[in-house]
Write a protein that binds this ligand. Structure first.
Ligand code: GLY
Length: 571
């Protein structure tokens, strides 16, 4: 069955069963908490929480869609048999219409109609917070599915996308040992502090990977043999290794869709994801001496093959190809500079190779290939090792989003969009260490950090403590921090072994995974030797506390049971 036919069959199946077919939303979502659209349910978030009315907007409580989706989590796996970046997701959705029984029945019936035998299914096995989904298990068994496996949170609980949103237990359908369809029962709303609240109405959200479905229906060994990829792979010269061919087609397909939705390559956020995809294929073009018209031919074919279903591709055809060409021309200049730099180095070690990767975007393959004799001792393992070291350092602290380009700071804890914000965030970061220390001095040594989040506007710090703070305590804490600021204490960074750091009494965040070597930041008064604060941290910090400015607590509130939250600013 051709993929076009599968799309049609899916939508007709649900249309016949009272679902309104809704077009895919853009890959660039409205929701600022996610960079790209990763699931079909994203465009429907408001309907699940009762903030929009599906009957009014769709004339039904149930919808179905084929959603353009993009996930970066598996980007390094692309090239094996089942991973891609851009993919299509088939989904049916209900907002207070039907629930588990019907959703499972639909899943079962659709597979029957497609003559696809279900291997087995999984259901949520329950944990401390959410009970086991015995109902779903019962419904599957009633339908005659014998093998029902129970799984935990990591496998059978969905969401939320972004910081908060609808979520719930899932049941998943496996065919030929591959997970094909994920059926989510949205029963909860997860707040940004991770607490679950029951939703007023039950919701259904499903996601079926289209490429995988095509793979099993077309009886192929991997997704790249399906008609969704194969015709484009054929356009690439035979001599190029299969893995690289797959990467090229995956990345060209992803870039085409992203460009058609209006994204442009840049050094920031989603734009940087797009740039990375494009650069990788440009490097291969150079490395394997692929004739320059090939990529354009592939994009042309993608646009026309997919354009029947995704009209925006046809509409944006010229812009897509123009932008692609422009970015290529720009990148080749950087690439030239990188290659010049490569020429200057007499022996390419894993450290210098990693630097070339970071600064000029030269991947391992091209360094190895073009470095020739100079790169004789360079190995993939050595390079990966360097990469890992860098990642570990990043995890412990400073991470420039997506590998060191631009000035975006995002460590999970700290976020800054530009240089100005970075300065502010740095001041607030050191202030947060002072706050952590001051809390202990006033409330006792038992309090534990439970999370923090620092933007250019404010710091937000969560810590374990059983009750509301009194106004006097808040004032004392604030004054203690300000006294450290007034003394203009020095902030010193030392690198040491993790175990030694812990032994030295440095505070650390129990939820964080630290590498073997860590940085410890100590804030002390050089005149008296008084140590005010000592913490494991990846930075960045000011060098003297005087740079922080006046510290002010603007709110103290409950964050969840036994956890308090302080918001503070610096002036
Ligand atoms: N929202 C369900 C899924 O993406 O699997």
């Amino acid at each position: 069955m051709e993929s076009k036919e599968i799309r049609k069959k899916f939508l007709e199946f649900f249309e016949k069963r009272g679902h309104k077919v809704v077009p895919s939303s853009s890959l660039i979502p409205d929701d600022p908490s996610v960079l790209l659209t990763t699931a079909g349910m994203q465009q429907f978030k408001l309907y699940y929480i009762g903030k929009a009315d599906p009957s009014k907007d769709f004339g039904a409580k149930n919808t179905a869609s084929i959603q353009k989706s993009f996930r970066t989590s598996d980007i390094d796996e692309v090239g094996d048999d089942s991973h891609d970046t851009f993919f299509e997701m088939l989904g049916n959705f209900s907002f207070g219409g039907y629930f588990k029984k019907e959703a499972i029945q639909y899943g079962y019936d659709f597979f029957k109609e497609m003559s696809l035998p279900i291997d087995f299914v999984t259901v949520f096995g329950g944990d401390k917070e959410v009970p086991a989904d015995e109902e779903s298990e019962k419904f599957w068994k009633e339908l005659g599915v014998k093998k029902v496996e129970k799984r935990g949170r990591e496998d059978n609980f969905w969401g939320p996308t972004g910081n908060e949103g609808p979520c719930g237990p899932t049941t998943e359908i496996y065919v030929n040992g591959v997970e094909i369809w994920n059926i989510v029962f949205n029963q909860y709303y997860q707040e940004s502090n991770k607490t679950l609240k029951p939703l007023e109405q039950n919701g259904v959200d499903t996601g079926m990977g289209f490429e995988r479905l095509a793979m099993v229906l077309q009886k192929k060994k991997n997704i790249f043999e399906t008609d969704l990829f194969a015709p484009f792979l054929e356009l690439i010269p035979k001599e190029i290794p299969d893995r690289q061919k797959r990467i090229i087609v995956d990345h060209l397909r992803g870039s085409t869709f992203l460009l058609a939705d209006g994204l442009r390559p840049s050094n920031k956020e989603a734009g940087y994801i797009l740039r990375r995809l494009m650069r990788r294929v440009f490097v291969y073009e150079k490395l394997y001496k692929i004739p320059t018209h090939i990529y354009d031919a592939i994009i042309h074919d993608i646009v026309h093959e997919y354009g029947e279903f995704y009209q925006e591709l046809l509409r944006e055809n010229n812009a897509v190809r123009e932008e692609f060409k422009k970015e290529g021309e720009k990148f080749y200049k950087t690439l030239e500079r990188g290659l010049k730099e490569l020429e200057k180095i007499s022996e390419i070690s894993s450290v210098s190779a990693f630097k070339l990767y970071e600064t000029y975007g030269l991947p391992f393959e091209i360094i190895k290939e073009l470095g020739g004799q100079k790169a004789a001792t360079l190995t993939r393992d050595g390079f990966d090792e360097e990469f890992k070291k860098h990642q570990e350092i990043s995890r412990a602290g400073l991470e420039k989003k997506f590998g060191g380009h631009g000035l975006i700071l995002d460590t999970g804890e700290l976020k800054a969009a530009n240089k100005e914000e970075l300065k502010k965030v740095t001041r607030l970061h050191t202030a947060t260490h002072l706050l952590n220390a001051a809390l202990r001095k006033v409330l006792g040594q038992d309090i534990r950090q439970d999370g923090s989040d620092i933007t250019a506007e404010r710091t937000r710090f969560d810590f374990t403590f059983p009750r509301k703070l009194t106004p006097e305590e808040v004032k004392m804490i604030e004054e203690l921090v300000n006294s450290a600021v007034e003394k203009n204490m020095q902030v010193i960074k030392e690198e040491m072994d993790y175990q030694d750091a812990i032994k030295s009494g440095a505070l650390h965040f129990f939820k964080e995974k630290y590498p073997g070597r860590v940085n410890v930041y100590t804030v002390s008064d050089p005149k008296t030797g008084e140590i005010f604060s000592k913490e494991l941290c990846g930075g960045p910090h000011v060098s003297h506390t005087g740079e922080i400015g006046r510290f002010k607590i603007i709110k103290e509130e409950s964050s969840s049971a036994g956890v308090r939250r302080i918001r503070a600013v610096v002036e």
